[in-house]
Design a protein around this ligand. Sequence first.
Ligand SMILES: [Fe+2]
Ligand SMILES: [Fe+2]
Length: 283
Amino acid sequence: MLIAQITDLHIGFDGPGPGDENTKRFKDVLAWIGSLIKQPDMIFLTGDLVESGEVRDYKTLKAIASTLNVPVYMGMGNHDRRAAYLSVFRDSPQENGFIQYAVEHDGLRFIMLDTLKEGRHGGGFCEGRANWMDKTLSEKPDMPTLIAMHHPPIETQIPWMTSDNDAPWVKRFRAVVDKHKNIIHIMSGHIHRPISQRFSHTSVSVSPATAPQVKFEIADMDLNTPDNRPLLVESRPGLCLHHWDGGHVTTHTVYAPEGKPIIRFDKDHAYIPKMTRDISEPR
Ligand SMILES: [Fe+2]
Ligand SMILES: [Fe+2]
């Protein structure tokens, strides 16, 4: 099973209309996906769907998403606003006002979590959401389950974006993960950089953003003393492809568009994959 994860679209950063660069970047990502021989079975959009929670931008997103012919699952990021989202995506599943839900495909379960605390940039995961997560996981303890969420529950070292391992919401989330050994992976976004880390008994990946990326720099910063470091940099839109083979999740990070082909698998170059593929050595 192939799962495309697109995150941090920030549609509407440049305002409404076709001139919005992030809308174009989202379309570029979808065009790249469309060029694949093996198409993903579903697409997860893990938050910061729009820049400032505006209804008009959710409408733009809906118009584009409606052209896709695979299931699309959406979650909330800190730039989203639930009421505006729900006014456009009226059929969106929700739990007690939060955009949290579980879906299943071919023996794999997905749980979308809502880590938005409106008015706050960092994550939030209250007791009620944690209880729902625990209860929902308890319903199918033997089914491999992939968690999707916007904020990564890890210390990422990017000093102006990271969560803190001791943050109450992270501790609350970790306590639930610790109990459920069937969580095979956690996919997240928010940092606008590709990052991976072990977490409890499982793993976390952070997908790069559709919108521009955050500069890699882990030097401490004094929030009161600007040091002129770059924060955001020009960059192609990124995404993750998660492959599930029944035993493992393999995460590929991609930037779209990729470069022009240098060599193709044509008659002249048919010998190359035969040479390069690591098949079993003869004894
Ligand atoms: Fe973002
Ligand atoms: Fe975010």
